[in-house]
Design a protein. Sequence first.
Length: 119
Amino acid sequence: MITVQFTVRTGQGDAGGFDMGDMAVTGDFGTADSAGHDPDQGMMIYLSIVQLKDSLGAFLRDNARMLSFTGADTSFGLVVRRTNDGLSVAGKNGLELLTESGWSVSSGWVTRLLVCEDA
């Protein structure tokens, strides 16, 4: 199973569509996290959530073998690949987070992947 956690950074004043935040993606083999890097990998979190959801939806509807996602205003990203028997999710640094065999690649996968939490 893979979990994606989104957090909004504090101290930005009133909430707005361009608020900065972080994304942590955790799978069976590790975590890719935008927080705590130098240089900073924080992103415009609300735009990035929509971008990730839309990108995954298009990826699952089409026959593409790979999706490369980079959040809005950040260098943080993920790579999702179709394998012969499922999916592989990795950070852009190459750290594999999850390999799932036997998954059907359908739009239901987006719902399972996007588990949103506000810290």
